[in-house]
Design a protein around this ligand. Structure first.
Ligand code: HSE
Length: 309
């Protein structure tokens, strides 16, 4: 029997204009799994965290990830997974992707690293699909690879790691209101008017250029989403007012984290990000909405093995 303890980080999808194609990882926050393989066939999952998770393995995102990995490898095995640390589901920072990425990375470590990043992300996307009913990789790819990842194409997967500015801090708040990813995707129109498409691809180009040239203010002004956010912001009480307050207080950008209801703001100093976090908390407190919040550095680290036997 072989055993590994593996970590995968929290992540934020879309990064403003990059709907379904850009996401980035956060420092310190993430999931930890202990995984082992032995002869046999099947999967057992135990949850050693206080976070409530489905008992039925068929409903846990880890299961399709493990199955996809074994399918690609054309192998059978009895896989045992202990969940040791878990991001709260629905927190908007890629909870299902962190589990999926950790499971894919852990399987790869147990089998001697046979699969590429693209194949691991494909495995992780099966977990994402179980959670949200959609095949998107903008949380799963950064959770596997770390940093800011661009999904240049899905068929086949073409993943590009973008440079992470050294001084990039993120304030995130999760207001305790329910917005399912499924609902937030269904509300989007299926067609994008040409003038919106032009603005969006101008911004995506600007964002990538800003990251490569280290022009943080270009990054900030390029992080505008005219495709999804205008339809989704109705789910977040006082969204426009909050954005104005945050931009006025020095945020480079403020957007919905993935499909919401969490929102995030970026800053080039920790002190500014902390101030943004306080403004977010005041905003939701004054509306009687409970929340959890974080202020963390944008990280360059993806899934990793913490211990192995
Ligand atoms: N890109 C996805 C969306 C992320 O915005 O629907 C979901 O977390």
């Amino acid at each position: 029997m072989k055993k590994v303890k593996v970590f995968a980080p929290a992540s934020i999808a879309n990064m403003g204009c990059g709907f379904d194609i850009i996401g980035f990882t956060l420092d310190e926050v993430g999931d930890v799994l202990e995984m082992s393989v032995e002869d046999g066939d099947g999967i057992e999952i135990t949850n050693d965290t206080p976070v409530p998770l489905p008992i039925d393995v068929e409903k846990n995102v880890i299961t399709p990830v493990v199955r996809k990995f074994l399918d690609i490898m054309d192998r059978k095995a009895l896989v045992k997974v202990h969940i040791l640390q878990k991001i709260y589901p629905g927190s908007g920072i890629g909870s299902s992707s962190a589990s999926s990425a950790a499971a894919a990375y852990g399987m790869n470590a147990l089998f001697g690293y046979p699969l590429s990043d693209e194949e691991l992300v494909e495995c992780a996307m099966d977990g994402e699909n179980l959670a949200s009913g959609g095949y998107h990789a903008d949380n799963a790819a950064p959770a596997v690879m770390g940093g800011i990842v661009l999904i240049r194409g899905y068929e086949p997967l073409d993943l590009i790691k973008l440079p992470v500015p050294g001084n990039f801090y993120c304030a995130v708040i999760h207001p305790k209101i329910v917005v399912s990813t499924k609902q937030a995707r269904e509300i989007l129109p299926k067609e994008v008017p040409l003038h919106d498409a032009i603005r969006q691809w101008g911004n995506v180009g600007g964002l990538v250029a800003g990251l490569y040239s280290g022009d943080i203010s270009l990054v900030g002004r390029a992080m505008k989403d005219v495709v999804a956010e205008p339809y989704r912001k109705q789910f977040i009480p006082g969204f426009d007012e909050l954005r104005e307050k945050l931009l006025g207080a020095g945020a480079l950008a403020m957007n919905i984290a993935g499909s919401g209801p969490s929102v995030f703001a970026l800053a080039d100093r920790f002190g500014v990000a902390s101030r943004l976090g306080k403004i977010m908390k005041d905003h939701f407190s004054s509306r009687g909405i409970d929340f959890e919040s974080f202020v963390v550095k944008v990280s360059n680290n993806g899934a990793k093995v913490l211990e192995e036997d």
